[in-house]
Design a protein around this ligand. Sequence first.
Ligand code: NAD
Ligand code: MG
Length: 406
Amino acid sequence: MINNSQQSKDTTPLLHREGQGGGSALKQIAILGSTGSIGTQALQVIAAHADRFEARILTANNRWQLLAEQARQFLPAAVVIANEAHYEALRDALSDLPIAVYAGADALCQVVESDEVDMVLTAMVGFAGLPPTIAAIRAGKPIALANKETMVVAGELINRLCREHQVPILPVDSEHSAIFQSLIGEVSPIEKIILTASGGPFRTFTKEQLQTVTPQMALRHPNWDMGAKITIDSATMMNKGFEVIEAKWLFDLEPDQINVVVHPESVIHSMVEFVDGAVIAQLGCPDMREPIGFALSFPRRLTVGNKKLDFATLRDLTFEAPDTSRFPCLALAFEALRRGGNAPCALNAANEVAVAAYLKDLISFYDIAKIGERALAGVDFVAEPTLEDIFETNRETAAIADGYLH
Ligand code: NAD
Ligand code: MG
């Protein structure tokens, strides 16, 4: 959990500031999911700042050729391919280099524990990001968190672990980075936060039109170039719902303190309102290298090669209320948050199954929400889940949701 103001309750571990210099050692980064959208952009930041960072560990699920290329360029100490079927191909591709090659989900947990790792960037997608994130926290590694599903499914437990191990979480998600940046130097409590949403590719579609939208249409996001799963989540607005839950745990908020506003230009990345009505916002061109760079180098800012805002040509910043009748996933996420316990985990599990099915053209756009709704209604509710409960909820809900498809 992050919190850099004195408003934190004592349940909230304070974000400690990274040292600024003092020793010339490079910061060693482990990237979980280096071949994805966030992972490749993080490597661009690292490559541009080779005087500050070194990519120590790189990992991927299936794209072993790209992982091998990245390893050849960045010469990490180790690489992990989660899908063991690609192990030999990857090992052979790197046989001339002094790079350890591992395979399997357990190896992801082991490599992040290495003494040489200074920070772990969690850029994997989905529930699969939870176990290695837990391993990293237990090993005392600061987390640059892109994998929002970790906080959605187990935010309370993750916060507890972070307190226990004195581990800071630095947000990579642009909205949460914006809030984090807006809080720097503040000592007053947050009145509310306003998460901005682009509205996705279907913002202006009618309910009728939404019934027939295809994954190919959804994959054309207007402002952000992201992995397939989060792109679909953006189109349904489940992504914003998950970000609401992520914000709850990162900033210690009540559900009523979290507001969502649609802002199609994606220039304001999110805002914080204080008791005196002052609203602090963070703005920029939409480019994930900015929040990635800030998470990696906090409290310092880095050049990241992004386009800068030009206020003279920036004519309109527009806002509208989200429409949960057309985008019911956002309301489902709020409901899961209010119910608490393992409800968000169940919603996430059902959503992962539904999005994968939608991407294969097996179900329609609104089936994603329907599957989420059924999962929430049917979950064996546990008010204070242990980690074992979370894994069990994920497994069971995914199996039940899978059953809906057949
Ligand atoms: P992506 O699909 O482009 O990349 C995912 C990465 O994780 C790949 O390297 C893949 O090999 C790896 N991976 C996937 N499943 C895995 C598994 N089961 N085991 C091990 N590795 C696995 O996804 P992305 O868009 O980069 O998103 C990554 C995370 O960051 C997601 O949680 C997403 O919600 C979050 N995020 C992404 C963006 C963005 O702009 N892309 C913005 C904010 C937050
Ligand atoms: Mg986001």
